[in-house]
Write a protein that binds this ligand. Structure first.
Ligand code: TXA
Ligand code: MG
Length: 318
């Protein structure tokens, strides 16, 4: 354990007020946070992650009252979604106010906002008079962190503090939605299922290919990637036949006989997709550290958080 891992909220607040970075726990993944009103601090986020400046950040708030200072207007569907899912794994893309820096939004006219559901981070934010910008706490294109130790493994002592809030309970990044007239547009599949979004607002569509391009790199083909080659498979045993005499890691929904595998990670014995999502990134981190030749991941059922898990595995495999 590095000495940057801490439970001292007051110390983390002090650092953020001094325009330093702090890694924060959320229910989705750990974030790399800085004061949104200080460009010097926000720039440190991009440097630490090796993230291109055209990739905008999510602003994290603790109270609905903060919305009016960040967003010009809040569509009815956004109000409904916030009431239903905040605090929680949902990010809203809204027209931004002038006070939000172009560095945070990468020059876009919109700002992404989320109220995370983690008691330590909500307490941290309550003691600050500014919201924080926070992307996932991992180097650009790599697997997100779902524990303080994952963050320390990536960045070591380069981050002044990592607030330790335990393992993330959702384990997938937030679902990101924007608004196009009356329609809710899903930019990134995530911790809230498409079914749940639809049940709340009715009219929903996915972002089209033309709309996504480089604008939401969470949607880029290569993302969430382990260093080890990863293959998403519809039949693990069959795919394994192509790798005889190689060190194979298997990422499976539940236990089965994978006799020729060097290492097997199963995500939910009781075949629960929420539990599988919670365990996904930690399993990928362990597989990636096991010096394997290839990771073969099972395609998940195409429902609930299975859809979001498949999305991450497809990109991890690119
Ligand atoms: O669960 C999460 O959302 C985590 C935790 C830390 O809150 N954060 C996270 O941030 O996943 P990040 O930066 O890794 O992913 C944010 C995504 C990026 O793909 C970015 O392009 C997109 O949100 N985004 C941010 N602002 C946007 C905007 N104004 N319009 C479109 N996409 C935006
Ligand atoms: Mg990310």
């Amino acid at each position: 354990m590095t000495n940057t891992i801490t439970k001292d909220i007051v110390h983390c607040q002090e650092l953020l007020r001094n325009n330093e970075l702090v890694a924060i726990p959320t229910e989705t993944v750990y974030g790399l946070a800085a004061n949104i009103y200080n460009d010097e601090a926000v720039r440190k986020i991009f440097e630490m992650k090796g993230r291109p400046l055209f990739n905008p950040l999510i602003v994290h708030i603790h109270h609905l009252d903060q919305l009016s200072s960040l967003a010009k207007s809040v569509p009815e569907a956004a109000t409904k979604l916030a009431a239903r899912f905040w605090p929680g794994p949902l990010t809203l893309i809204l027209e931004k106010n002038a006070s939000v820096s172009d560095l945070v939004t990468a020059g876009k006219s919109t700002v992404a906002i989320r109220m995370p559901n983690h008691s330590l981070t909500l307490e941290l934010l309550q003691g600050l008079d500014f919201p924080v910008a926070a992307p996932s706490a991992n180097p650009f294109t790599r697997v997100s962190s779902t524990s303080a130790q994952h963050v320390a493994d990536y960045f070591g002592n380069r981050i002044p503090a990592i607030l330790d809030g335990g393992s993330c309970t959702v384990g997938l990044e937030s679902t990101i939605v924007g608004f196009d007239g009356e329609t809710t547009v899903v930019y990134r599949k995530g911790g809230i299922s498409l079914e749940a979004i639809k049940a709340c607002v009715g009219k929903v569509r996915l972002l089209t290919k033309n709309e996504k391009a480089p604008e939401a790199p969470g949607m880029l083909a290569k993302h969430y990637s382990p260093g080890t080659k990863l293959i998403l498979s519809d039949g693990i045993l069959k795919t394994m036949e192509g790798f005889t005499n190689q060190k194979i890691g298997v990422l499976a929904f539940h236990e089965a006989n994978f006799a020729n595998a060097t290492m097997v990670e199963t995500l939910s014995e009781k075949r629960d997709l929420d539990e599988a999502a919670q365990n996904l990134f930690a399993a990928l981190h362990r597989l990636d550290q096991a010096d394997l030749d290839v990771i073969i991941a099972q395609r998940f059922p195409n429902e609930g958080l299975g859809i979001s898990i498949n999305d991450r595995l497809e990109r991890a495999g690119n």
